[in-house]
Write a protein that binds this ligand. Structure first.
Ligand SMILES: Cc1cc2nc3c(=O)[nH]c(=O)nc-3n(C[C@H](O)[C@H](O)[C@H](O)COP(=O)(O)OP(=O)(O)OC[C@H]3O[C@@H](n4cnc5c(N)ncnc54)[C@H](O)[C@@H]3O)c2cc1C
Length: 385
């Protein structure tokens, strides 16, 4: 399909939306990004870019900037609270880089700003859409109607585009909660620890440490409900001593970011001219670090299938047929990892750590290909073509 005839509205200008806009604009489409946040750069903590997501970003020329700002991780190892290895990463470990989310967002938006076929409208909140490609947005208190050949819903877990169409969506009630933070100290362990209070991961990012931790254990929940940073520090100091310098470096309770895991599964990703991508289509447990990476894979596959197809409907159908099963596999694996990671009963944890994880390591087989979803070389080639 010749994309130069296509006007695409991308709703949401974060990882999935910005990457989609860049890829489609460079392939010839005219793209308008509608993003509800007025200054989208300042959001979030850190993010792990896996080899699949890295391949997509490299294909749009962001490789050197990501390498300069992110820190390489030599595979994601799981340890217990005493830092004993539970699960080693597969060898050779797929490439991975930790980066500040604001750095990633800034790089994507700067690249988008330099793209002549892409227009960005920040502070534009989409409030409705139709399957014929009409979109209604609120901008500075005004209601504005747009019309496009294709509307990409990259507007996250609470997607308006998903709400507007018939996607057979199943949104599961919020599950486990996590807290995340960026601190100025360099005290990263470079591993994810599975402890009696849940998981605690800490990784170097340029000039500091990104860490995340479960917020589901009873003592944690109490500390969070009381907004008591000291009590939270005490819970984690007991459960995992390497957390001490990191939580000590958090200045205020409000510097912590809290997320409840919400899982989204859609029977269809396409309804007329509306198509879903990223968390809007498939928010998943964060435990394999594949939420944002999967959004990047979606973006590349959408471009690939539109380019191969004779018309829009065929391209969109091929996109959902290629992505849905791959995403379902990785989302299920992430959900299982999340459930295992949150076990608090000491006997069940012992069984998990001494029997289940060693067995899983031995039977792991094609775990890497399930997580990657598409060969990174394919993803690299799509964006470069
Ligand atoms: C604790 C935790 C750790 C994680 N760690 C990782 C990790 O290491 N690696 C990884 O790959 N993923 C990780 N994830 C998942 C990742 O954060 C998400 O999967 C990813 O951000 C999804 O990207 P997206 O572009 O689809 O949606 P989002 O990042 O949610 O972006 C949606 C965008 O749409 C905009 N928007 C929303 N509604 C509207 C509207 N009505 N109109 C206009 N704009 C709108 C929003 O402002 C936002 O900018 C983690 C998640 C959690 C909770």
């Amino acid at each position: 399909m010749n994309l130069s005839q296509l006007h695409v509205l991308v709703v949401g200008g974060a990882t999935g939306g910005a990457a989609t806009a860049l890829l489609l604009a460079r392939a010839g489409a005219r793209v308008t990004v509608l993003e509800k946040v007025a200054q989208p750069r300042a959001v979030g903590a850190g993010i792990g870019l896996a080899e699949n997501g890295l391949a997509v970003l490299e294909s749009i020329g962001l490789g050197p900037a990501i390498a300069a700002r992110g820190r390489a991780v030599d595979g994601l190892a799981l340890v217990d609270a005493d830092s004993r290895l539970l699960l080693a990463p597969p060898r050779p470990a797929p490439r991975m880089r930790m980066i500040r989310r604001s750095d990633l967002q800034g790089l994507l938006l700067d690249a988008l700003a330099a793209e002549p076929r892409a227009e960005r409208q920040f502070g534009a909140e989409v409030i409705g859409a139709e399957r014929d490609g009409r979109v209604v947005a609120r901008i500075d208190g005004r209601v504005v109607e747009h019309r496009a050949d294709l509307v990409v819903g990259a507007d996250g877990v609470h997607s308006q585009i998903r709400a507007a169409g018939e996607f057979g969506a199943r949104v599961r009630p919020p599950g486990i909660a996590y807290l995340r933070a960026l601190v100025d100290v360099e005290a990263a362990q470079g591993v994810e620890a599975w402890t009696g209070a849940g998981i605690f991961g800490s990784f170097a990012v340029g000039g500091g440490t990104y860490f995340y931790a479960s917020a589901g254990a009873r003592a944690c929940r109490r500390a969070i409900a009381a907004r008591d940073l000291e009590a939270l520090r005490a819970v984690w100091a007991r459960a995992y001593p390497p957390s001490i310098p990191l939580l000590a470096a958090v200045r205020r309770f409000d510097d912590l970011i809290f997320n409840r895991v919400t899982r989204v599964e859609c029977r269809r990703w396409v309804d007329g001219r509306l198509v879903l991508l990223g968390d809007a289509a498939h928010a998943m447990a964060p435990n394999l670090g594949q939420g944002a990476n999967s959004a990047l894979v979606d973006a590349a596959v959408l471009l690939d299938e539109l380019r191969r197809a004779s018309d829009l409907a065929t391209g969109l159908d091929a996109y959902q047929r290629r992505r849905r099963p791959a995403v379902r596999r990785v989302a299920r694996a992430a959900g299982s990892m999340g459930a295992l990671a949150e076990i608090t009963n000491p006997v069940a944890r012992w069984l998990r750590d001494r029997l289940l994880l060693p067995l899983a390591a031995r039977l792991g087989g094609d775990a890497t290909s399930i997580v990657m979803q598409e060969p990174p070389a394919t993803l690299l080639a799509i964006g470069r073509a």
